[in-house]
Design a protein around this ligand. Structure first.
Ligand code: DGJ
Length: 673
């Protein structure tokens, strides 16, 4: 009897009969257990190898001093799914968990049962997709423009994406999606894979004339990185597989549901931030920062985050990383006067750290030059004047842990912004490749600090959005999606970051009129509408704002506080709008009685008359009233239509709308009558 793994409308159907590891008969729409599925001779093996006749990338690659480059697995008796090649002395175990949202997690383990070392070169989670999946989509990007989508046709051959920077990177694939022709946010069948790992990653889609197409993911291992001594095991990261018959929004709905069901998912209100980075950069002057805090508190900010520049010798980005003690010159009385002031204003206090890094110009590097993650005498090229601290070294690990622990004990810190500003290249510890061990050490460090300080929230930042993955999110509370606060670019970045993450896990800030990163000048109303759809904050020297700007910001924080319950619990909806100069997205409450949508004009339209605004995701049989979010400004002449309309009308006919000014948005609230 085939084995059904079913959840959230998705079924993975496995055939165990007569095979070493089960064969995959189906991954896609839910199948009732009673439905017979014809057995296929060449059904896809869970860990495809040459011995199965598979001619694509193998699910497991490795060797024993050059011997046994190919394994022949035989079934073993164990509670998990297991198989072994007794002659080669290698055993594998596979773990699959389908949750109630339809998110399938898979990981494999290899054990060396021989009496000499066995080297693992690759261990991949691979699943077949139907022939109808003829198109691919994944994400890429760069600093300041992360998670840009790209499409390809899914032809014969291999489409591969690799992260070789010891972090997913700004160009991370994030999700690799295969789908039926023309799939979009609201239509088409799609199959997706995500690697929940913060070190080297690989993703690929592969199709061969003799085999079904596959989607795969795993950790990218360097030469000799995993060399198992007799009895040792290597476990791959969790690889996530998600299917949706309702387009990309269905992928997001499943992932968001999965993430929200985790015991560690943040449940408290996501507080409005003021981050000091673009407000003062390295100019840490107590008087100036207190004034910034006063202004922030006056407009409804709830958490004040002191960014880079507070620790010993850190007057610019050339020195100080590693010296995690408060700079005595800039802060003669420590951070106490600022922390106390912020707390007295009723705000929480947050602090920036970059624990995995070191400047050579630091007390730490001078005292412990051997704690830099590099082979002796082979220091890497600096990036942003910095190097990586070798957290695999027990002394370095203990030093950073104890320094951060001391700060968290001394100060009333509710939040750490945990940065990671350079890629790991030529990362070597005691002569062997070290990205994997460094990644595990980072995880252990965060886990240990969290265990000691359970109330402290942590943000994953890596020069913006360079570390956005479900491995880091097992131990952090939000990501910084990008260093750009330019609302035109942010509309895109947030739209695609939302493919993986729900809005409450994505930091979204209002910056100054002229964005520091892009130089583009935009209206405050547009910046506010854009930053509303996430974990909102401000990153701007608001002490220099005019009264009307402060009033507008105060109204916006009030709107965010009023709407965040909905924004952070509802279903994300993105509209496949035919005009590429318009982006429409929203959040619909779980019971579909309320929604909030953003209609944004991000470029110049070719169409002379604006296209109708279709709003999907509502209940077809319910009538709704549409209004403009009262606290937010819109510069275009805009009025919500009178009357009430059914969800069916909203999605099939749409609302007639005037054209918005370029770089303007309107936020619509929809309520069941
Ligand atoms: C990169 C981050 O993305 C910025 O937000 C800021 O924290 C700087 N690092 C500080 O060095």
């Amino acid at each position: 009897m085939p084995h059904h793994l079913t959840g959230g409308g998705t079924t993975l159907l496995l055939d165990f009969d007569g095979h070493a590891l089960p064969r995959v008969l189906h991954w896609g729409v839910e199948l009732p257990e009673a439905d017979a599925v014809p057995r296929a001779e060449n059904a896809f093996p869970l860990l495809p190898l040459e011995a199965d006749g598979w001619l694509g990338r193998p699910g497991l690659a490795g060797d024993r001093a050059g011997q046994f480059p190919h394994l022949r697995l035989r079934r073993t008796e164990q509670t998990t799914i297991g198989a072994a090649d007794a002659e080669a002395g290698v055993a594998v175990a596979c773990e699959l968990i389908m949750d109630e949202h339809g998110v399938l997690r898979m990981r494999h383990q290899v054990r060396n049962d021989g009496d000499s070392p066995y080297t693992v070169a690759a261990l991949r989670a691979v699943l077949p997709v139907p022939d109808e999946a003829t198109e691919l989509l994944d994400l890429t990007g760069r600093w300041g423009n992360e998670r840009a989508p790209q499409r390809h046709s899914f032809g014969y051959g291999t489409h591969g994406r690799e992260g070789r920077q010891g972090r997913p990177g700004h160009d991370a694939a994030t999700l690799l999606v295969a789908g039926t022709p023309g799939f979009g946010f609201r239509h088409g069948q799609v199959w997706a894979v995500h690697v929940g790992w913060s070190g080297g990653c690989e993703y690929y889609a592969e199709r061969h004339p003799d085999f079904p197409g596959v989607l795969a993911g795993g950790e990218l291992l360097a030469s000799g990185e995993v060399r198992l001594a007799p009895g040792e095991t290597y476990t791959s990261p969790w690889v996530y597989f998600i299917h949706s018959a309702e387009g990309l929004d269905g992928i997001s709905a499943r992932l968001h549901g999965h993430l929200r069901a985790r015991p560690g998912h943040p449940t408290s209100s996501r507080l409005v931030h003021l981050n000091t980075w673009e407000a003062v950069y390295f100019d840490h002057d107590l008087h100036r920062l207190k004034k910034l805090a006063d202004t922030a508190a006056g407009i409804g900010v709830e958490r004040f985050v002191l960014d880079d520049g507070w620790f010993t010798g850190r007057r610019n980005d050339k020195a100080g990383l590693g010296d995690w003690q408060v700079d005595a010159e800039a802060w003669p009385d420590g951070l106490h006067p600022l922390v106390d002031h912020v707390r007295s204003l009723g705000m929480e206090f947050g602090l920036w750290v970059e624990p995995e890094m070191v400047n050579l110009d630091s007390e730490l590097a001078r005292a412990h030059p051997d704690w830099v993650l590099a082979a002796p005498g082979r220091l890497q090229r600096p990036v942003r004047n910095q190097h990586v601290l070798d957290l695999i070294h027990p002394g370095a690990y203990a030093y950073v842990r104890d320094s951060l622990d001391a700060l968290l004990k001394e100060y009333d810190i509710a939040y750490l912004k945990w940065d990671h500003n350079r890629p790991l290249v030529e990362a070597v510890h005691e002569g062997t490749a070290a990205v994997r061990r460094q990644t595990l050490a980072t995880y252990a460090l965060i886990d240990e600090l969290r265990a000691r300080h359970p109330g402290v929230e942590i943000e994953s930042c890596a020069s913006g959005g360079g570390r956005v993955d479900l491995g880091i999110l097992e131990r952090t509370d939000r990501v910084w999606a990008s260093d750009t606060n330019d609302p035109v670019d942010r509309q895109h970045i947030q739209r695609w970051t939302g493919l993986l993450l729900p809005p409450e896990l994505v930091g979204t800030h209002v910056g100054p009129a002229t964005t520091h990163v892009t130089g583009r000048t935009t209206r405050l109303s547009f910046r506010c509408a854009t930053a509303l759809f996430g974990h909102a904050g401000i990153e701007w020297d608001i002490t220099a704002c005019e009264e009307d700007e402060l009033a507008e910001l105060a109204a916006w924080t009030a709107a965010y506080r009023r709407l965040r319950g909905l924004l952070h619990s509802g279903t994300t909806v993105r509209v496949d709008h035919p005009d590429p100069s318009v982006l429409v997205h929203g959040v619909v409450s779980a019971n579909r009685d309320r929604a909030v949508f953003c209609y944004a004009q991000v470029g110049t339209s070719v169409a002379a008359t604006p296209l109708r605004l279709r709003l999907p995701g509502l209940d077809p049989g319910t009538r709704y009233h549409v209004s403009v979010c009262p606290e937010l400004h819109t510069h275009s002449a805009f009025q919500a239509p009178d009357g009430t309309f059914s969800g069916q009308v909203m999605s099939a006919v749409g609302l007639p709308l005037p054209r918005l000014l370029i770089a303007d948005a309107v936020v619509l609230e929809i309520e069941a009558t």
